[in-house]
Design a protein around this ligand. Structure first.
Ligand code: NAP
Length: 476
């Protein structure tokens, strides 16, 4: 059984959870200890006690620890990628790529540790100097979702540790395997006991303690809007620094002048890879009328050519849905789309494969209007819809008419429209002729409206959340 890491010790929980392979529900990936509320509080206490030592350990020691994690993640990419695909259901290629991404993130922040800058300015008062420096925030509570079991933890844990914070980390209860493997590597990276703690278990128990505790100074959360909103309200009462990354309903605009090959590739990759279970997945194709019929026909052909199957089989393009509940949600939305009057142009069926798993063919709706629920609500599965529009201006209006604002894309050969789109799209990320999903690790990530709250994640912008600013005045 895999245990929790609290104060440098591997600690049993109060219950055990089985981690089930969604490609083959007879395959138990492992058993994982579930912490109770008292253990979560204990982890917070030790993180609080260890934080100052870590913040004074020096940037070389911190950089070395992060580099240790980077090197081991990259060296073990095949093994850890296999574990990730086995527990989450994304294809092996996607699983390995995610582990590589986690390694790259740790390597990036190993460098960032050495590049924390401040400013020194003259004061408006003669003979006084002003220094502006960055300091750790303190104890950071990290709560992550199931769809990126190692990359999202990495892009929160690496900057937290880089800038001298201590960490209490609660991974998704559904996929604790990759998170545990990451924690085990970090436990050997040379950081003092208590600086990094893994507390597996339910969000309502373990996560709730992070949100309630006065000793947790900052909370970095990725997950659904409903959970994020609740956490933010509670965290605000404790005046915690809060960073939330939440849902999306990301549009991909296809204009008449688009390169059709590029548009179809963006649609298929963006909407259906990783089984559509990405916060940045395209779920609304907003297509100008002259290219609409050709686009629909090509997307349908491309979908027919995709193999849905066991995540670890080499011919698989699309793995299973993560669990029975998400599969039910996806199937419900297929029914909702039908009832709303959209045309199911392809897929949406439950599939039987060699092993018992949560398989569904990618669903593609046409004749969709912007008011339909399938065009407005986040489904978080392999379900997308096409909305026909007359003009670029109408496409932009439809794209912006959303409670979300994470990522948006346009396929066009018009510099004028591409430039206008980048300026006018009300999202945190705007993509021209590239899929809405798939981002770099050295630049900021995040959205607007209901998709994000608080400072951006990733890249050098991570200092905004994981450090706080001090202004010092000195008269010589
Ligand atoms: P979720 O149900 O909101 O859960 C996210 C995390 O919050 C889990 O670890 C969960 O614990 C925990 N949690 C639940 N209730 C809690 C509470 N009362 N107090 C503290 N923690 C609590 O989301 P999900 O289903 O795992 O993930 C899917 C969602 O994540 C989608 O909406 C997707 O768009 C979003 N997402 C956003 C981004 C982004 O960067 N914008 C990236 C990836 C995913 P349990 O393990 O017990 O559920």
């Amino acid at each position: 059984m895999k245990l929790n890491l609290i104060g440098g010790d591997w600690v049993e929980g109060s219950a055990i959870r089985q981690n089930i392979n969604p490609s083959d529900v007879d395959d138990v990936v492992g058993e994982y200890a579930q912490a109770d509320a008292a253990q979560a509080r204990m982890a917070i206490d030790v993180a609080d006690a260890a934080q100052r030592t870590w913040s004074l350990s020096g940037i070389q020691a911190r950089s070395n620890a992060l580099e240790f994690n980077a090197a081991e993640l990259l060296a073990r990419q095949q093994e850890l990628g296999t574990l990730l695909s086995r527990e989450e259901g994304k294809t092996l290629a996607e699983g390995i790529a995610e582990v590589v991404r986690a390694g790259q993130i740790f390597r990036f922040f190993a460098g960032e540790t050495l590049r924390v800058c401040g400013h020194r300015l003259p004061s408006v008062r003669p003979l006084v100097d002003v220094e502006i420096t960055r300091e750790p925030v303190g104890v950071v509570g990290i709560i992550t979702p199931w769809n990126f079991p190692i990359a999202i933890p990495a892009w929160k844990i690496a900057p937290a540790l880089a800038y001298g914070n201590s960490v209490v980390f609660k991974p998704s209860d559904l996929v604790p395997g990759s998170a545990w493997a990451l924690a085990e590597i970090i436990s050997r990276s040379g950081i003092p006991a208590g600086v990094f703690n893994l507390v597996m278990g339910r969000g309502s128990i373990v996560g709730n303690e992070f949100v309630k505790s006065e000793k947790v100074d900052a909370l970095s959360f990725t997950g659904s809007v409903d959970t994020g909103r609740r956490l933010a309200e509670q965290a605000a009462r404790g005046l915690k620094k809060t960073q939330l990354e939440m849902g999306g309903k990301n549009p991909l605009i296809v204009l008449n002048d688009a390169d059709l090959d590029i548009a179809v590739n963006c649609a298929i990759q963006g909407a259906y890879y990783s089984t559509g279970q990405r916060c940045t997945a395209s779920s609304r194709f907003i297509v100008q009328k002259d290219i609409h019929a050709r686009f629909v026909s090509r997307v349908r052909d491309a979908l027919k050519a995709l193999n849905v199957g066991h995540a670890l089989e080499p011919e698989t393009n699309i793995g299973p849905v993560v669990d029975a509940e998400q599969l039910r949600t996806d199937q419900d939305y297929v029914e909702i789309g039908r009832h709303e009057g959209a045309t199911l142009a392809y897929g949406g069926e439950l599939l039987t494969r060699r092993t018992p798993g949560y398989y569904m063919s990618p669903a593609f709706f046409t004749d969709t209007t912007p008011e339909m629920r399938i065009a407005r609500e986040e489904i978080f599965g392999p379900v997308a819809c096409a909305i026909a529009v007359d003009t670029y201006e109408e496409a932009l209006d439809v794209a912006n008419d959303s409670e979300f604002g994470l990522s948006a894309g346009i396929c066009t050969t018009s510099l004028k429209h591409a430039t206008h789109f980048k300026r006018q799209m009300q999202t945190g990320m705007a993509m021209v002729n590239v899929p809405t999903a798939g981002v770099d690790y050295h630049v900021p990530f995040g959205g607007t409206k209901g998709s994000s709250y608080g400072p951006r994640e990733q890249g050098s912008y991570a200092t905004e959340f994981f450090t706080r600013v001090k202004t010092a005045y000195t008269q010589a």
